[in-house]
Design a protein around this ligand. Structure first.
Ligand SMILES: Nc1ncnc2c1ncn2[C@@H]1O[C@H](COP(=O)(O)OP(=O)(O)O)[C@@H](O)[C@H]1O
Ligand SMILES: Cc1ncsc1CCOP(=O)(O)O
Ligand SMILES: [Mg+2]
Length: 253
């Protein structure tokens, strides 16, 4: 499994760099520029418009959509509704990042509604997954949410976990400095939307993206002196990594 998945990570990365999918991101104010830079470094094209009347045009020409709830406001809430409607009509994959749902009942309610609108992937940290699933956020909860929503559910952390309700992978490695850079998770979910644009098997797309992010973070962490120098090193690693650098980091749990 791990060897095949590693080969696929390289293949999907090559596809990403060749096809340069545009990922339309409706994301939070803290994440906009970093997310755009991560997408560009990896080989995608970002667009970040949240003005509702412009959103349909941006989605029509895009390859995938990111919906991130980090700084929800009325404008973004409307943009998200419009964007998901158009993405579903156009048959484009979209990824949900339910940032801080554990801190706001309003946001949790919205995230649960959105989870029923067929996201291809839901990517969350453990606290967010726990809130969304009303449980401890463990593997069983991820599996159940994947079966209920039809999404691939990804829980990130020191070790990442992904499941489509049947298949499961763990991805280890990366670097703890990831957790000290705001929008690390937001940008990873955006990148996952990019992988969804080049691979129809959403589980394999998610697993490949996790392996790529862990490998790039590990390389960046080897030279970084703290969060400040980690960021440019991480962008450089996303830009420069080759398939032989991935290692066997994808494993069955
Ligand atoms: N302790 C850690 N060691 C290695 N990688 C980590 C660690 N914590 C988080 N990451 C990585 O940082 C990214 C963001 O994950 P996480 O912190 O769980 O999400 P969020 O930023 O949304 O809270 C993921 O790619 C994850 O693998
Ligand atoms: C700090 C902050 N506040 C609202 S959204 C946000 C960014 C969260 O980024 P991430 O979930 O990737 O850590
Ligand atoms: Mg997050």
């Amino acid at each position: 499994m791990s060897g095949a998945a590693r080969d696929l990570t390289g293949e999907l990365l090559a596809r990403l760099r060749a096809e340069r999918p545009r990922v339309h991101c409706i994301t939070n104010a803290a994440a906009v520029a970093y997310t755009a830079n991560v997408l560009l470094a990896a080989g995608c094209i970002p667009s970040m418009t949240v003005n509702p009347p412009e959103v349909p045009g941006f989605i029509h020409g895009a390859s995938a959509l990111l919906v991130n709830l980090g700084t929800l406001d009325p404008l973004r809430a409307e943009a998200i509704d419009v964007a998901i409607r158009i993405a579903r009509t156009d048959g484009k994959p979209w990824a949900l990042d339910p940032v801080f749902v554990e801190r706001s009942p309003t946001r949790l309610g919205l995230a649960r509604d959105l989870a029923r609108r067929h996201p291809a992937v839901i990517r969350a940290n453990r606290a967010e997954l726990a809130a969304l699933s009303g449980s401890d956020g463990g593997d069983a909860a991820a599996r159940l949410l994947a079966r209920e929503s039809g999404a691939v559910v990804v829980r990130t952390g020191e070790v990442d976990f992904a499941t489509d309700g049947t298949r499961e992978v763990e991805v280890a490695g990366g670097h703890p400095l990831m957790a000290l850079v705001t929008a690390s998770g937001c940008a990873a979910t955006a990148l996952m939307a990019g992988f969804l644009a080049v691979e129809t098997d959403r589980f394999l797309a998610a697993a490949a993206c996790l392996a790529f992010v862990k490998a790039a973070a590990e390389r960046a962490g080897a030279t970084a002196r703290g969060p400040g120098s980690f960021v440019p090193a991480y962008l450089d690693a996303l830009y420069a990594l080759d398939p032989q650098d991935f290692g066997d980091r994808i494993a069955s749990p």
